[in-house]
Design a protein around this ligand. Structure first.
Ligand SMILES: [Zn+2]
Length: 257
């Protein structure tokens, strides 16, 4: 007797998808096109050339400077869950043969919230790109700033934005890739400062989350904070399917070189 096919349920349309198909489609629902969660390592495989990634700053990790309840346990849990020491993977890799400074967030690590380590890693990644005159790709995903780190988290907005400004002055090329969900301080700093900003289909991008905004307005417009609406309003430059992301990045870097 053959074993039953293993399936996963689409988070958007609820249709069952065979696990094998789910892997083959890069975790995109074949029925509704919903782009499901990908880890930082999965995204790395998706967009950089094989065996070209050299990681930097892997040793950086958050400390519990505010003695926030249960924060150390949550950090420990997510280190084990994601294989990362912080919410971001960064280094230098080749994309279509072009050496590129890259940083990739992981929403599986404390909700991808932006704390002192993500700010430091993003800043160092930008500075590394500047020093080596490399194009820069940052893949954002963020549940907002990390409340467990208070002001130390909030100041990362100014720090990363200042690094982006220095990079822009040098006339090199920063591509910001925005994935679902990206909210809060990331949106208000490095995520929005790319020379080109591209998003995955359906990605939710905003400052305050939809629940907070809904509490101030009676009705929210259709596609509120979705990539499709943000493209229409000029906040992003393009929507790119996950399967086409590496080629799009290669073409853009090639164009700017
Ligand atoms: Zn679906």
């Amino acid at each position: 007797m053959s074993e039953p096919t293993k399936t996963i349920s689409c988070r958007n349309c609820g249709i069952e998808i065979p696990t094998k198909t789910f892997t083959e489609t890069l975790k995109v629902c074949p029925h509704c096109g919903y782009h499901h969660y990908m880890s930082a390592y999965e995204r790395l495989d998706l967009i950089v050339d094989a065996d070209s990634f050299e990681e930097y700053d892997a040793h950086l990790y958050s400390i519990d400077s505010l003695e926030f309840p249960e924060y150390p346990q949550k950090l420990e849990r997510d280190v084990a869950k994601t294989g990362l020491r912080s919410e971001m993977l960064s280094g230098i890799a080749e994309i279509g043969g072009y050496p590129t400074a890259i940083a990739i967030g992981d929403v599986g690590f404390i909700g991808g919230t932006c704390g002192s380590v993500i700010g430091e890693k993003v800043t160092r990644c930008i500075e590394r790109a500047l020093e080596n005159k490399l194009p820069l790709v940052i893949v954002s995903v963020s549940g907002g700033m990390r409340m467990q780190e208070g002001t130390l988290a909030l100041m990362q907005m100014a720090k990363t934005a200042a690094a982006c400004a220095e990079y822009a002055k040098a006339g090199i090329f920063y591509i910001s890739v925005v994935t679902d969900p990206t909210f809060g301080g990331a949106t208000a700093s490095y995520t929005s400062l790319g020379d080109v900003i591209i998003a995955e289909p359906g990605a939710r991008i905003g400052f305050a989350g939809p629940l907070a905004v809904a509490s101030l307005r009676e009705e929210l417009p259709e596609n509120f904070q979705k990539a499709e609406s943000l493209l229409e309003h000029g906040f992003i430059d393009a929507i790119v399917h996950r399967a086409d992301m590496r080629q799009m990045l290669t073409d853009l870097i090639d164009f700017a070189s």
